[in-house]
Design a protein around this ligand. Sequence first.
Ligand SMILES: [Mg+2]
Length: 80
Amino acid sequence: MSVVPEENASLRQLQIFHSKLDEEKDFDKDLLRNVAFLSGEIGELVRVIQDIQKADNVEASRGLKDRLGEELADILAYIY
Ligand SMILES: [Mg+2]
């Protein structure tokens, strides 16, 4: 089983992690479908940014920034 990279992992370490994860989980390797999925994740990122811009208090904004990190991680998973 792939070991989740540490927080300050290098891009190369993340690439290796995702490559192993793809093999383990038998994820789809079709380039066109992966670009389509990446586009969906970019849309999710845009929605979070819009929500952050609309947030009217620090607490709400903090939770949204966690979501922002999750969406950026999703995008990173598709661009290695
Ligand atoms: Mg996502």
